[in-house]
Design a protein around this ligand. Structure first.
Ligand code: FAD
Length: 325
């Protein structure tokens, strides 16, 4: 029952101020977010890739309130890509972006009309165009160093806009990936569409607080939906990216890949930095592509709170550290 409470707190400004200011927070945060600036994170990337892992890099931040923050986020990614280019890692180091950090949720007088995947002339308000304008140079810069970008999935109200931006970017950069969330009722249909047109698709369970009108609420239902969706992706024409730490789902994924006749380089596993690290190395040692989602930056609150919500033991550890100080 704690998960939904923590997810609600992840959207509260008051809790953000309280938790961000607590002196012990930092040491708990470091377990999941191993750096605040690009100089901290480059050595982390070097260590992970030297160990045979791949990375997807996330500059943390979301729910911005001013367009200048979106520009700053774009520039932070461009600086990171510049530095990664020097390491010549190619697609072993890709980027993950949250469109809300690029301005997607900002109110704006502009209303864009798009022929997006959700139906003819779907309407996107607010910062849709701004997010597209800010993310495009990041995708271009990533392509210039031989890698790509994956669009993270945020709450369900943002997804039509995210898929429309994904489709638009794929016209010039077909490698651009996106994320789908097993807990949403819409996701199997999204998977069919994306698998048929050869996308790179990360499948996750879903990390936001969603209402029962749009999403499964029970773990067993979410897990079953994950397996059904994964089967669609594995049997399709795209490149599935299995974003999960769940041991059962990982072995089911291996079995489905085998049945679909996929070779080891025709799909990949992805896990979050700091979670089940031994498993990262085990899968890589078995010859799998194993990508570590590595977040860094100063605006870590939302990302951190979702990690607490996923596992109550993290919260207990956090509270114990506060009490023992
Ligand atoms: P669970 O059943 O939650 O966990 C399985 C086991 O993994 C747990 O028993 C535990 O041992 C371990 N574990 C899981 N989470 C934690 C944790 N926080 N701390 C410690 N141990 C843990 N969600 C989105 O909504 N949008 C995205 O774009 C998105 N991108 C993601 C990218 C990657 C690479 C990954 C791995 C996850 C992403 N998520 C995203 C989060 C995802 O939706 C889940 O919330 C998260 O992965 C937990 O689900 P699970 O599949 O690991 O299974």
């Amino acid at each position: 029952m704690l998960g939904p409470v923590i997810l609600a707190a992840s959207r509260s400004d008051r809790m953000r101020r309280l938790i961000s200011a607590a002196p012990v927070t930092k040491q708990v945060v470091d377990r999941f977010i191993p750096g605040e600036g690009v100089d901290d994170i480059v050595p982390v990337v070097e260590d992970l890739t030297a160990a045979g892992l791949e990375v997807t890099m996330d500059v943390v931040g979301e729910d911005i309130t001013r367009p200048e923050q979106a520009t700053a986020a774009r520039d932070a990614y461009l600086e990171l890509i510049d530095r990664l280019g020097e390491l010549e890692l190619g697609e072993r180091a890709e980027m993950s972006v949250k469109l809300s950090l690029f301005g997607q949720a900002l109110p704006s007088p502009t209303t864009a009309l798009n022929r997006g995947p959700s139906g003819p002339a779907a309407r996107f308000q607010g910062g849709h165009e701004l997010a597209l304008a800010n993310v495009r140079p990041v995708v271009e810069a990533a392509a210039a160093i031989g890698t790509t970008v994956t669009l993270d999935a945020e709450d369900h109200t943002t997804l039509d806009s995210m898929f429309a931006i994904h489709e638009e970017l794929r016209r010039d950069f077909p490698q651009t990936g996106c994320v789908i969330q097993a807990y949403l009722f819409r996701t199997e249909a999204d998977a069919r569409r994306l698998a048929a047109n050869g996308s790179r698709v990360r499948l996750v369970k879903g990390a936001y607080k969603e209402p029962a009108s749009v999403a499964h609420q029970q773990k067993t239902e979410i897990d079953k939906a994950y397996v059904r969706t994964l089967k669609i992706l594995m049997d399709g024409e795209g490149y599935p990216m299995i974003g999960s730490h769940d041991p059962r789902l990982i072995s089911i994924a291996q079995e489905l890949a085998h049945r679909a006749g996929r070779k080891l380089d025709e799909y990949e596993f992805q896990m979050l930095y700091g979670i089940r690290t031994d498993e990262h190395h085990r899968l890589a040692a078995e010859g799998h592509r194993m990508r570590v989602y590595t977040a860094y930056g100063t605006d870590w609150y939302g990302y951190f709170m979702r990690r607490l919500a996923e596992k109550p033991a993290n919260l207990r550890f956090f509270v114990r550290s506060m009490i023992s100080k």
